[in-house]
Design a protein around this ligand. Sequence first.
Ligand code: NAD
Length: 458
Amino acid sequence: MRTFNVTNPATGTNIGAAPDANADDARAAIERSIAAFPRWKAKTAFERGELLRRWRDLILKHEDAIARLMTSEMGKPITESRGEVKYAAGFVDWYAEEGKRAYGDIIQSHVATKRLLATRQPVGPVYAVTPWNFPAAMVTRKVAPALAAGCTVVLKPAEQSPLTAIRLAELWVEAGGDADVFQVITTGDPAAVSEPFFADARVRKLTFTGSTEVGKVLYAQAARTVKRVSLELGGHAPFLVFEDADIASAVAQVMATKFRNAGQTCVCANRIYVHASIRDAFVAQMATAVQALRVGDPLNEATQVGPLVDRAGLEKVAGHVADAVAKGARVAVGGQSGPGLFFAPTLLVDVAAGMRILDEETFGPVAPVVTFTVEAEAVAAANDTPYGLAAYLWTRDLGRAFRVAEALDYGIVGVNDGLPATPHAPFGGVKASGVGREGGRWGLEEYLDVKYVSIALP
Ligand code: NAD
């Protein structure tokens, strides 16, 4: 079988190879998925839950090895990778139970001789496409609810991080899971491999996490066979720090959300709006924190910031910094590109409208600070984007916390909380950030259809 190489972004060395599937392989995977669906659907939610629990146990048992694999293929610091394995297992844990709660309803009848039921049933075979930035959690956040609901899944991971997904599928089989119920298909040509899924009306659902650009293309493709669709797309998170904020807490949390995974998360703070009256204190504290970040080999336990995933990612980050500086921003800390795919953790100040960094997702370790004076001005600036995934606000005023949280046009709002994501809460965006929700009971709904049964009594 043909393969493609997987490279460690920190060193440039080859760490392995993954099968390079083509459209014929995709068609074969679809047939297996369709054949497996009736037998998987026929199992009880309790039986499915039991298998999911065994899968969770194996993921946790192999936490360190999976974490090392993930760090080697996409460069996230090893301590974060271990955290991600736990987070990934958390979705499996949650849905092992939640599948049992796919309740229906008995509806009051308008006719004495009728009984009306609304029941739930699995959508059908699912095609899942995931990104490289959370190679384990983005897999389980889709696969665990789909399996719990009774759907079969073929998952196509990103070219940069196929090995983690392959390992998760191996563990599913080791747990006793049916290899045709959850399949992973890896390829260097995602468009060609995806085509048969879009052409086949028996594949009932597309679930995608990745960029808005690719998400729009797949949304249109899915329309051809009218599939159910869930899209978790790009973000451009604003982080608002009001004059009554606890500055030390805001700095600690902006550091956590901004520099996690070298800034390569969909919910990381991309635009930091700070009230003019506290701007100098905030910037001084943040500069100290950015300077103290330990950059280096992500397999080293002490490393806090690793490389960017690839050359295109690095060039985008460098381009955003150069554009901002050319338009009047000042580099307070960092700013240098290299060595290799590393970009120095960077603090930019005097950032203003018209700079690319305020319009596009940076996906890198660059924190741009903008100053504001009026609450309404900050909220308007925060909402002035096509994206609507996550937003953050820092204040100790309860009225302001509610007012601003309600005014922000986002799917997720962190109030004095820079890390709101957790397996049992709804995660997802509005506007160009996507359609649908993952996590919690909302994540299960995405894989269930409502079936209405009206019974006329004889
Ligand atoms: P990407 O859109 O380039 O790729 C995502 C996936 O789509 C990969 O598996 C890729 O192989 C596949 N793909 C690309 N072109 C395709 C095509 N023509 N047909 C079929 N599949 C195709 O995104 P990425 O660079 O891997 O991930 C980063 C992006 O993901 C960022 O924009 C980030 O914000 C977003 N993201 C969003 C969430 C969320 O929950 N909203 C979570 C993580 C990442």
